[in-house]
Design a protein around this ligand. Sequence first.
Ligand SMILES: C=CC1=C(C)c2cc3[nH]c(cc4nc(cc5[nH]c(cc1n2)c(C)c5CCC(=O)O)C(CCC(=O)O)=C4C)c(C)c3C=C
Ligand SMILES: [Fe+2]
Ligand SMILES: [Fe+2]
Length: 346
Amino acid sequence: MNKGVLMVNLGSPDSTDPKDVKKYLGEFLMDERVIDVPYAARALLVKGIILNTRPKKSAEAYSKIWWDEGSPLIVLTERLQKKVQSHTKLPVEIAMRYGTPSIKEGLQKLHDQGIDDVMLLPLYPQYAMATTETILVLAEEIRAEFFPKMKITDVKPFYNKPEYIKVLGDSIADSLKGVDYEHLLFSYHGVPERHIRKSDVTSMHCKLDGSCCMSQSKAHEFCYRHQCYETTRLVGEYLGMEPLTYSTSFQSRLGFDPWLQPYTDRTIERMGKEGFKKMAIATPAFVSDCLETLEEIAMEGEEIFHEAGGRDFHTIPCINDRDDWAGVVAGWINEWALVETGKAIA
Ligand SMILES: C=CC1=C(C)c2cc3[nH]c(cc4nc(cc5[nH]c(cc1n2)c(C)c5CCC(=O)O)C(CCC(=O)O)=C4C)c(C)c3C=C
Ligand SMILES: [Fe+2]
Ligand SMILES: [Fe+2]
């Protein structure tokens, strides 16, 4: 069989035009693994409410962070692809779960190059229903319908892999060189608490109070909350940080359901009010900088901190297309190239 690689990221609108943003949000939020309520309720909520107001507001936010070459998330994914490609002989393509280039287009490109054995790498360190799972499910549906002879092997979430922790830890240390800070916040994209319970394969492990996530359980293979706390813990350990100098929070909540807590915006505000003057923030749920890091954290987060009395707010870039990260991804690919059968890569 001929091997190739598809790296998949979340995706962005085609432009900052509210019409394109509406199309993108429609596809994104109608995904049953993102807004996980029955179709009729989801359609009412998304098409009847959210899409009437949010596209204009989101388009304004996208306009603040958009680059001449396009969406930062897509441009950074393309740059990563080029660097990874320079370290491996296997063809490496990229796709987006929502918007373009689609997963079908990515698989088609590989198919056209004679590839029938695909390594699928979701560009998310931690597993979530709304990210990793939706990519795997859609890729399998497309494979079965359009490329039935193709084999797809998925790369497991890498939230705790030593080589990833090293890249993330080094990227944080590089960014913090010469920066004076009192606290480092690890802010992860949030998900509704319900998603965590739904992903609990034991149906009885998750308590959502922190105690479950720190214990041993086979539920953790699919527990986003556990995996986020593990990434923070391992990076803290790698960098030799003092326990009280860093913490974890969750950002970007949408709607009125309870999401994972503590919430990032409230944490930033509390820190400012408690007298912290200098804070730094890392966003390890995102491999590529995007709206949620460049606008929500670097702009809105900084404003919240200043209004609460804080002074220096330092946003740490994502690992993006760092050379060491491209090298790690290429290493995973080249290791897989040597594997004969298509088992999931642990
Ligand atoms: C119910 C809604 C959402 C869930 C659940 C969710 C989970 C989730 N998302 C990411 C990564 C990204 N999300 C981004 C943008 C974004 N996310 C939501 C909603 C949910 N996300 C919306 C509505 C938007 C669009 C922007 C907005 O209107 O606020 C992005 C940025 C995309 C970009 O183009 O830059 C990323 C990346 C993760 C990792 C995650 C669960 C773990
Ligand atoms: Fe999101
Ligand atoms: Fe847990």
